[in-house]
Design a protein around this ligand. Structure first.
Ligand code: FES
Ligand code: FES
Length: 202
């Protein structure tokens, strides 16, 4: 039985045995409410766990609830704020990171599901493909407001690493989950094609 149910059962028992006047019951309700808040806090902290997480080549120990989204761990616990929060429901791609090299939505990954996999964020993205992507983004002057761009770069670099010469369909398939409210899609496509022409993939 959870602590909260335990409190509620005690309350019911108390009312059955004592049939208190309304004022007393009201006071008891207020006390119960305060206890519930404390209890809920206790239950949340009781559910926390220690997780080891490898991010950008560095190991971290984190005391968080198992269902904490990776996005919050990155932004709030590790201060890696390059990974953006857009929709929080896996629909915009702003939170894209690499998990063992694959583009994943950090808002949809509970910390408990990461395990021993390696996480790379925009801050830790490096190597020949990443450098080519950064250069192409500059050459094609891709960003406008810039908010979606870390996620776009993470998706593009995952694609170009796995497939150095993606055709139009492959680019569409890899990038269609990354939304850009500024409409930079054509420049993103040109930047990816620029890297593909250079063949920087592995
Ligand atoms: S914030 Fe994760 S997909 Fe939108
Ligand atoms: S550059 Fe503004 S949202 Fe994409």
């Amino acid at each position: 039985m959870s602590l909260l149910s335990h409190h509620l059962n005690n309350y019911k028992e108390f009312l059955n045995k004592n049939a208190p006047p309304f004022g007393v019951a009201h006071f008891f309700c207020l006390t119960l409410e305060m206890n519930c808040v404390k209890t809920i806090e206790m239950e949340f902290s009781a559910g926390d766990d220690m997780f080891k997480l490898r991010v950008n080549g560095k190991e971290h120990e984190l005391d968080v609830a198992p269902d904490t989204p990776l996005l919050w761990v990155l932004r709030d616990h590790l201060q890696l704020t390059g990974t953006k929060y857009g929709c929080g429901i896996g629909q915009c791609g702003a939170c894209t990171v690499h998990v063992d090299g694959k583009a994943m939505r950090a808002c949809q990954m509970p910390i408990a599901s990461v395990g021993k996999q390696s996480v790379t964020t925009i801050e830790g993205l490096q190597g020949a493909v990443a450098e080519a992507v950064f250069a192409a983004w500059v050459a094609e002057q891709v960003p406008q407001c810039g908010y979606c761009q870390p996620g776009q770069v993470m998706s593009a670099s995952a694609l170009l690493t796995q497939n150095p010469h993606p055709d139009d369909n492959a680019i569409t398939a890899a990038m269609e989950g990354n939304l850009c409210r500024c409409g930079t899609y054509q420049r993103i496509r040109r930047a990816i094609q620029r890297v593909a022409r250079q063949g920087k993939g592995v």
